[in-house]
Design a protein around this ligand. Structure first.
Ligand code: F6R
Length: 242
């Protein structure tokens, strides 16, 4: 694991972009995350595209997760997030982007969609996987206690996550998604290179667990310790040694 500390998220994201550029070519496959953490990296990718440094026209992407039964075009869906923050600004083809699509509440249908996304991932090789990290050490929607051998699955969101998300859904609990579909830890570990970004004081404990080098099922991020190529890029606020 290579650990690097930067003065801020922008500097760390610049480095993440440089690492990504070294690891990919015109036909690569990217694993992408949502949330506030990768936004600066996506800005770097957009700037690089606009400057003519790199084209995504033959690049494929797979996203980590999506809410169950949200309207695909809802402004808070991860599908919308990815288009707004990245896909609409680069030349990646719509048919090459894969965002989990659990847009139903029907359990049988969800089981089918879950298996199909897992099969797509098994047939792909993710060259570079981008990850954020939860303050509790979660990666994607793999919360503490998730089996490290897990594949794509449906999770029930924790009560506090549902409450936190209320602000994005008109402060109406009834509108907040209660479940999500996520890549499992095994899917994430299959990537050739993993770049994990962590910004802000509240990520410090999770980063400390990751740096301890010991696997701990209560900290899903520690599943990364045995992976042969992981870059952990943090800002000063998230550095536990500070
Ligand atoms: C996003 C994801 C989550 C986030 C994590 C950090 O696709 O899977 O695990 O990476 O919750 O979120 P932010 O970046 O908003 O702090």
């Amino acid at each position: 694991m290579k650990y690097m500390v930067f003065k801020d998220a922008k500097a760390a994201s610049r480095k993440a972009y440089e690492i990504m550029q070294k690891k990919i070519n015109a036909h690569s496959t990217l694993g992408l995350a949502t949330g506030s953490t990768p936004i600066e990296l996506y800005k770097e990718m957009i700037a690089g595209f606009e400057a003519g440094e790199f084209s995504y026209k033959d690049v494929k992407s797979f996203n980590l997760d999506e809410y169950v039964n949200i309207d695909k075009n809802h402004p808070e869906s991860y599908y919308s997030f990815m288009h707004k923050n990245l896909f609409d600004h680069i030349d990646i083809k719509e048919e090459n982007v894969h965002v989990p699509a659990p847009y139903t509440d029907d359990d049988e249908e969800l089981a089918r969609i879950t298996a199909a996304y897992n099969a797509e991932l098994e047939n792909a090789v993710i060259d570079v996987q981008i990850l954020g990290i939860g303050s509790n050490g979660h990666i994607a929607f793999n919360e503490p206690g998730t089996d490290f051998a897990s594949t794509v699955h449906i999770v029930n969101l924790k009560e506090n996550t549902i409450k936190d998300n209320c602000r994005f859904f008109d402060y109406d609990m009834a509108k907040v998604p209660k479940r999500a579909m996520t890549m499992g830890i095994k899917n994430i570990l299959a990537a050739k290179t993993i770049i994990l970004l962590a910004f802000g004081e509240n990520k410090k404990d999770a980063v400390a667990k990751l740096l301890s080098g010991k696997e701990d099922i209560e900290y899903p991020c520690t599943s990364l310790v045995e992976h042969p190529e992981v870059y952990v890029l943090v800002d000063e606020a998230a550095d536990p040694e500070k």
